[in-house]
Design a protein around this ligand. Structure first.
Ligand code: GDP
Ligand code: MG
Length: 606
């Protein structure tokens, strides 16, 4: 055995630039999977239903391939990475097990915001980068221009760029050649004691936690007694194998290899990402680990039917086992009952988690409005608040709060020049500061691309920012951000009152410049959705003791469909049905009875 026969690499790119498609072609070319008919595109590595439906990769997947090169059997370990901003934690984690990366750029779209961020992650990790220009089959492809962009943005030598179509397979064998020629084999030796780097974990109902490892030194075999540097716990290895691309047991894993192990780990928290595993009794130096994933967005998840809580909690825990970046806590609300408060890396991450909960666990849930983690600074202490109910009702002398801080991000937007004005406007209406910009294309011609950088409050981008970015740039703008710490801000809590009683589940933390706008918007929404009662119900928005918006829900009228102007018959039918269903289960909020479904509609409308 020798490390020289191994290559560990990853494919990195902006979302949709063709990572999963190229991964499929490589798996085919090496005979790892059967060749599919051209045009049938079901990415093998995108295993989750939500990934196939949305065409995005959420979880990094690993695949080992065998490839005969110069008369010798080589092992290529491919680690597919997600492309969306929310998942950059997964990207840096995957890259730690690699020596090289294919940097994929769409020949029609060019360098995008994520292309730049993943390039920097790979460069910081000292990986050999192979630049690949994809989708050259597209009529809109502009290979010369994008090549120049890659040269000016990353200092890439145009000679090094490989032009391919991952769709048709054109040029893909050159990529394989370049992987062999340009990416250095991992350095490790069987002479030194076992040292395995744990970079991911999966959960299996029968075998418990399955850890994905990259062997640095030594050999790992079934039956070995191993120990974790992080927890100091010891385990017996019950199975070792490689992903080919499905799990395939092998007798041992050698230095430089990437594979999985099962060792009777019961709790996924025992598989600490970035941990070093070694033989029990031996001592090794630990490898530098990772920054733990940091939750950026929090939301409460509640069962529609309160009696479903134990089932829901079980489903959430199960799902969290497969997604190590989610944090889970219990939460209870007067309006919604028992639920869980979850922390996510971003809103797409939250959305994906919700969809998986519904798809894979058949859960009926209400998700509350997302909140970012705020910091409340007192005279000599600091409290982090990620739930509006914990936010002080009033920030004044009496509350002893010195100041409130909110998380901010360093954002970059790449956009064709003609949308520059729109993007500046978008940034300003979302409280951007420190705006600056520069041209990405060298000689500015028609439709040059501009990169815009600014500091934005995180709370501004967790709601509609991304949708607006896309619609106001006709889909041409791309966006990425990174954590930029905390900043003092003028924030307040809006509380909504029904019949004079506050409804805890509806409270929001907002910037004071937007309190009137948001207050009015929500009371209008509430008055539309809440069915009339036998008495008149005031619906109010309040900040501290001050009422900032009000609507009045008129008293009950027999025909529930009367309030629906211009409604289609279908919608009226649905309304009647909702009423029928809802009668069975009423939620009582501030002595107002609200059908479950209406509540669901309030919470789910953004
Ligand atoms: P990922 O998000 O980077 O994993 O991108 P995918 O591999 O899912 O590809 C995104 C879309 O681009 C899919 O619809 C692919 O079929 C398409 N695509 C990928 N490579 C090519 C290519 O070389 N040519 C063309 N025309 N389309 C491609
Ligand atoms: Mg993909």
């Amino acid at each position: 055995f020798t490390c020289d026969l191994i290559r560990n690499f990853s494919i990195i790119a902006h979302i949709d630039h063709g990572k999963s498609t190229l991964a499929d072609r490589l798996l085919e070319l090496t005979g790892t999977i059967q060749k599919k008919a051209v045009g049938r595109n079901e990415q093998v590595l995108d295993k989750l239903k939500v990934e196939r439906e949305r065409g995005i990769t959420v979880k990094a997947q690993t695949a080992s391939m065998f490839y005969a090169f110069c008369g010798k059997q080589h092992v290529l370990n491919l680690i597919d990475t997600p492309g969306h901003v929310d998942f950059s934690w997964e990207v840096s984690r995957s890259l730690a097990a690699c020596q090289g990366a294919l940097l994929l750029v769409d020949a029609s779209q060019g360098v995008q915001a994520q292309t730049i961020s993943v390039f920097h992650i790979a460069q910081e990790r000292g990986l050999k980068i192979i630049p690949v220009l994809n989708k050259i089959d597209l009529p809109a492809a502009q290979p010369e221009r994008i090549t120049a962009q890659m040269q000016s943005t990353f200092g890439i030598d145009p000679e090094d760029i490989i032009s391919i179509s991952a769709k048709t397979g054109q040029g893909v064998s050159q990529v394989l050649q370049a992987i062999m020629d340009r990416i250095p084999p991992p350095r490790g030796t069987t002479e030194r004691p076992l040292k395995a780097f744990l970079f991911d974990s999966l959960y299996d109902r029968y075998r418990g936690v399955i850890s994905l490892v990259a062997i640095q030194d030594g050999v790992l075999k079934k039956g070995d007694r191993i120990a974790s540097c992080h927890t100091r716990k010891k385990y017996e290895v019950t199975e070792v194998g490689i992903m080919h691309p499905e799990e395939m047991p092998v007798t041992s894993l050698f230095p430089g290899q990437v594979g999985y192990i099962a060792c009777n780990m019961k709790e996924s928290s025992e598989a600490h990402i970035g941990d070093t595993l070694h033989l029990a009794g031996a001592t090794v130096d630990t490898m530098p680990g990772f920054q733990p994933a940091k939750a950026m967005v929090y939301a409460g998840i509640f069962p529609i039917d309160s009696s479903d809580f134990p089932k829901l909690e079980e489903a959430i825990k199960r799902l969290a086992l497969t997604d190590r970046s989610v944090t889970v806590q219990r939460e209870s609300s007067t309006a919604l009952g028992q639920g869980c408060r979850l922390g996510f890396l971003g809103t797409l991450h939250m959305d994906v988690f919700r969809q998986r909960l519904e798809d894979e666990h058949d859960a009926n849930i209400i998700v509350t409005a997302p909140t970012v983690p705020y910091k409340i600074v007192y005279k000599d202490s600091e409290v982090c608040v990620s739930n509006p109910t914990e936010f002080p009702d009033a920030i004044d002398v009496s509350s002893k709060v010195k100041e409130v801080q909110e998380p901010v991000v360093r954002a970059s937007i790449i956009v064709p020049e003609e949308y520059f004005g729109e993007m500046m406007d978008l940034c300003f209406t979302h409280r951007a500061v420190d705006l600056e910009h520069r041209y990405l294309d060298a000689g500015t011609g028609s439709s040059s691309r501009i990169m815009l950088n600014c500091i934005l409050p995180l709370s501004e981008i967790v709601t509609d920012f991304f949708d607006q970015l896309k619609s106001r740039s006709s889909g041409f703008a791309s966006f990425d951000y990174e954590d930029a710490g905390y900043k003092t801000s003028n924030l307040a809590k809006i509380v909504f009152l029904l019949n004079g009683k506050p409804v805890d589940a509806l409270a929001l933390i907002i910037h004071r410049s937007k309190e009137d706008e948001i207050g009015r918007l929500w009371v209008k929404k509430l008055v539309k959705v809440i069915p009339r009662q036998q008495f008149e119900v005031p619906i109010q928005a309040a900040v501290g003791k001050k009422i900032i918006a009000r609507e009045t829900l008129k008293a009950y009228r027999a025909d529930v469909t009367a309030g629906l102007y211009g409604g289609h018959v279908e919608r009226k039918m649905k309304q009647l049905e909702i009423q029928k269903e809802g009668k069975k289960r009423l939620k009582r909020m501030g002595n107002v009875d609200i059908p479950q479904d209406a509540f669901f509609e309030i919470m789910s409308s953004k």
